[in-house]
Design a protein around this ligand. Structure first.
Ligand code: DGJ
Length: 319
């Protein structure tokens, strides 16, 4: 059973370290990538020195094998993007069929969040090791929380909070997914710094694109918001908070990071979120909940525990 918010151990009995993560599905296996925060949180809170990006594998989404740190921190060069003193957040991996390589995008920053870049790494196998390529300021703008989305036709997009989170920028990746094409849009245009949106997660259902974001309140939870569009480039129309049930106004005391479509199923998704603990970030918990689109609007109901049979229940509203 999924038990949102409870400690989740891997097959070695260790708490899973894959925060701000995302999932890649490839040939019957799921690969969960995320921030390894298995170190001391600094006394002022809100920071663990960079350890690296973890990977876990599973065939049922419940039992996870630790595949190790597939992109480790770089210890011997304080200027490196992956130095322990930097920020490496929200890694996401997609597979490029043309180049047969796994491409990871992540938010790279300095500890004060002013460097604000997108980093990219590549590997021949899902479990790495990943070779760090570079970081960029995509579309000539700052880049903080990010995600990637791969469309059915192989086109892939980097979706990121830009201009101090005042906009969400959606940019198409190059055919090899390693660079960013000069094809992009800025959406939402919030009036003031930090009053915008972050933590983007995109998915597609019945020809429509959905983008779930959070507000900007640091590690504290706030309400999620969903927007819908007919193209990743918009225009995006806000349709409201997809969460229902206790603490729905606070995304169940968590912040979204990814939406996983269940392979081979219609209208069956898992919403992945992080319940951050800024005083002990290593003990931040995972909140995974079922997501279904009902009458064109995504719905994420709270469950203390649940499993994938939830998607088999007859539901007259199912699309
Ligand atoms: C919210 C972001 O979504 C997280 O990834 C992290 O950057 C925190 N802010 C830091 O306060």
């Amino acid at each position: 059973m999924f038990a949102p918010g409870r400690i989740w151990n891997d097959l070695n009995g260790q708490p899973i370290q894959a925060h701000g993560g995302g999932i890649l599905y490839e040939q019957g296996k799921y690969y969960w990538f995320g921030e390894n925060k298995n170190g001391p949180t600094l006394p002022q809170g809100g920071r663990v020195d960079v350890i690296g990006v973890s990977c876990y594998s599973s065939s049922d989404l419940l039992h996870w094998q630790d595949e190790g740190i597939v992109l480790p921190a770089v210890q011997d060069n304080p200027d490196h993007d992956l130095a322990p003193t930097k920020i490496v957040e929200r890694p996401k991996v997609i597979y490029n069929r043309e180049t047969q390589s796994y491409v990871m995008w992540m938010h790279i920053d300095t500890a004060d969040y002013t460097y604000a870049r997108a980093g990219v790494a590549v590997s021949a196998t899902p479990t790495g090791p990943y070779r760090y390529v570079e970081s960029v300021t995509p579309c000539n703008t700052d880049c903080r929380d990010l995600t990637v989305f791969q469309d059915d036709d192989g086109a892939a997009y980097l979706i990121f909070a830009s201009e101090y989170n005042r906009n969400i920028t959606i940019a198409q990746l190059s055919d090899d997914y390693l660079t960013i094409k000069d094809v992009f849009t800025k959406q939402f245009s919030y009036p003031r710094r930090h009053e915008g949106r972050e933590a983007p997660a995109m998915f597609k259902h019945a020809g429509k694109y959905y983008l779930i974001t959070s507000g900007c309140t640091g590690w504290a939870a706030n309400a999620a918001e969903c927007a819908v569009a007919s193209s990743p480039f918009g225009p995006w129309q806000v349709v409201g908070n997809p969460c229902t049930g206790p603490q729905a106004e606070y995304t169940f005391n968590a912040q979204g990071t990814f939406v996983l479509p269940l392979p081979g199923q219609q209208n069956a998704f898992i919403f992945l979120a992080d319940r951050w603990n800024p005083r002990d970030l290593s003990d931040s918990r995972y909140v995974w909940l079922p997501l279904q689109v009902k009458a064109g609007i995504p719905e994420i109901p709270w469950h203390e525990t649940w499993d994938l049979t939830i998607f088999h229940d007859p539901d007259p509203h199912k699309e």
